[in-house]
Every structure is written in structure tokens, then in C-alpha cells.
Design a protein around this ligand. Sequence first.
Ligand SMILES: *[C@@H]1O[C@H](CO)[C@@H](O)[C@H](O)[C@H]1NC(C)=O
Ligand SMILES: *[C@@H]1O[C@H](CO)[C@@H](O)[C@H](O)[C@H]1NC(C)=O
Length: 437
Amino acid sequence: MKLYLLGLTLLAALVEAFPASTNSTIQKRATPKLVFAHFIVGIVDGYTQADWANDIALAAATGIDAFALNIGTDSWTDTQLALAYAAARSTSFKLFISFDFAASPGFSDFSNQIVPRLNLYASDAAQLQWGNGALVSTFTGDGFDWSPVRSAVGHPLEIIPFYQAALAHQDSTDGLFMWNAWPSQNNQPINQTMSIAGDQFYQSQLAGSPYMAGVSPWFFTHYDPQTFNKNWLYLSDTLLIDRWNQILNLQPQLVELITWNDFGESHYIGPLHPERPSVYAPSGDSDGAIQWAAGFPHDAWRKIITPYIAAYKNGGPVTISASQENIVYWYRPHPKGLSCADPFLGPPTGQSFPADGIWAATLLASPATLTITSGTFSLTTTAPAGINYFATGMGSGQPTFKLVRNGVTITQGTGGLSIDLNSCNIYNFNAFVGSTK
Ligand SMILES: *[C@@H]1O[C@H](CO)[C@@H](O)[C@H](O)[C@H]1NC(C)=O
Ligand SMILES: *[C@@H]1O[C@H](CO)[C@@H](O)[C@H](O)[C@H]1NC(C)=O
């Protein structure tokens, strides 16, 4: 981004002032299209190197290239960074740090909080190198000047932060990441599907410098005012596939999946942790994410993400092999209008926006007949090759899914969560996600 801000005349002058000698010292690294997943280190106090190795293996199998390690200044941050890098070193999977300025305003003390960590990891074998150097990202930090960090770190950096607006010191960065991967306006839920207006704004600001787009499957959070005062959803019924289809057209230089493990906002695609309840409530809050995330796996969404990553990287349409044929389904536990016996707080903002539906995405090498049933609702339709989604109304009990081609059943299954049309313990607008294979 340094260069585009200078304007053409100044740029020409700069090129003349720094001729071939500078040119040969800038060894620009390769810039292949890559896909990352945002990993919240702030909830994994007590993770072992084996825990990291497990998450890394799952992410690598999905086609993800690296974790963006979101860190604050928790007491376990450096222990967990060391374990993560140790786990990744024996694999081809990469890591980089994403400094969370919103959680830790202390990062403005960069010489103590940023520089030592980059000096420790920027040249690590497991560190992602891309473009000008070791990739570094952020959550917010608008206006932070990276120039002194670059000078103090003994390794070239590629700095791609998430800034919420065009503010000061973007000339000290290399590109930008856009976190806003949900339909919203001024951080408020809206009754619209995801728009690419935000991507287009960032891309026009960047004028060709690296743009990292955010992709997210869902958003629901339900913390009471004593904890975080966060109680809303963004309309996400078909967001994952709609957003990936946008990405295939936009072809940004980089993509970051939001997130691997943020259970609190229901946009995780990594595994649940029944063995480690503290990840759902890292500060010991009784009203933590365990209420809406435990028992609500999202793993099957990764089966949708894998073919999209391949299509994004090769620039073509989504293709599904015979062995990838599947039904991935998702639905909520109760209708949106139901009044719940919620001991903590009322319904989320945006409650009225989602449809009361059962969604099934078909992954097909060639067309087949899909049948969904849910209570008294049912749908039978022809699903084309590729990835497409379909929905029925939300009925009582466990929905069923079936794919048939030429009279032969390809795959079938029953949803693992029973829908209750009449009562609910909390306002849970998280998705239960599964697949028939
Ligand atoms: C500077 O680098 C560019 C791209 O790496 C190359 O095309 C160009 O010839 C170089 N110029 C000089 C003067 O070495
Ligand atoms: C949201 O928009 C859809 C169509 O785009 C409409 O059918 C629905 O009634 C709207 N819901 C609300 C609560 O405004």
C-alpha cells in the first residue's frame, strides 16, 4: 500500500531516486493465493502440543494453508504460541500472528508487545512468508504506525491488518484484510444477504495491493450485559456458500476464514471440545458459549470449504469428485418466534431475519434427486452437479436427507438434533451442522 498513496508523479520521482541498487535488494517472495483460518489463542489456555497438532491436521486436510493466530496479552499467550509453532514445524502447515488491538490496547506498546514476538517467530520454519516477508495481521489497530516495528524487527514483514476505515498510517502497511464477512450495516444486523460492496471499497482503496477477504459461515452471540453485552445474530442462513461464490468472482489475493474456533460468536469451523469446557468460557463465566455451542458441531461445513478452496486457487468452477459426493445440512434447534425460558437474557437482535428452515447443500459430480423431510414438510428436487443448496420448512423432530441417482441411493441420513417447535431453554440461534457421509 505504500506506493499507491504516493501518486504517480511522486512514485516516478521515487523510482528515479532509488535506481537498480534498491531493486536488487528487494527480493519479493511468491504470492500464491492462500486460505487461512482465524484462530483465537485467547480461549486455549491449557492446550497441549498434541491439541495444536490435531487442529493443524484437520485444517491442512481441509486445504487451509495457515492459522492466523489471534492473540491478546493473556498470561498464556507466549506459552501457546511456542506450542503452536512447535506443532507446525514438523508439517507444511504455516502460522502467523494476528494482533488483537481490540482485546489488547496494550499492543500500542509495540516495543514490548509486538517486536519481541515477531523477532522470535518471523524467521521460524513454521512462519508463513508471503509477498514482502513474514505475514503479520491484526484485528483493528486503525492508525497504528508499523514503520518502527519494521525497523526494529530483523526480518522483512508483509503487514496486512484489518482496519475498519481508511485512517492514518495505512502507508506503513502492505495490504488490508476485511473482517466484515456478514450482512450488516454499522455493525447492526440487516435483513439482506451478503453484499460485495465492502470488498469493492477495500479493493478500490488498495488499487492492486494485497486484499484479504473474510469468509464466514455464521454469526450468533448471546452474552448478557454482565459479561460482554453481545446479543445478536447476522443473517447467515446460506452465507457460507453465497460468500464463497462471491469469492470465486472477486478473486482476492488472500482469503481468511472467520473463524476456526470462536465459539462465542458461533462462526467456528473447527472441532468442538467436550473434553475442555474452559474453551467455551475462558474467563469462567457461567453464561459462556457452552450454552449455544456445546452439542452444535460445525465440522461438516469443512466438506463444503475444501472444494471451494480448490476452485478459488485454480480460478475455475467448483468441481466435485465421486468420492466427495455428499449432503451437508444445517438447521437451528427451534423456530425464531418461540418464547424461551432463558434465564440469562431475551432474544437476540436480528431474531426475525432468518427463515425457519432446514438447509441441505448437495455436493455432486453429476445431477441427482434430493429429498429432504422435516416433520410435515418435504422437498424432492433435482440437484445439479457442483455445490448447491435447498431448503424445506422447519418441522418437528429429526429431519432426513437422501440423494438418489438412476434409482440408486448415493447417500442418506438423519439429522443428529431433534427440533422442538414448542419449547426452548435458551434463545439458541446457532446452527447444528452435519453430513450424511
Ligand atoms: C527490477 O525488478 C523488476 C521485477 O523484479 C525487473 O523486472 C526489473 O528489470 C528490475 N530492474 C532493474 C533495473 O534491475
Ligand atoms: C426479510 O426479507 C425477506 C425477503 O428478502 C422477506 O421475505 C422477510 O419477510 C423479511 N423479514 C423481515 C423480518 O423483515
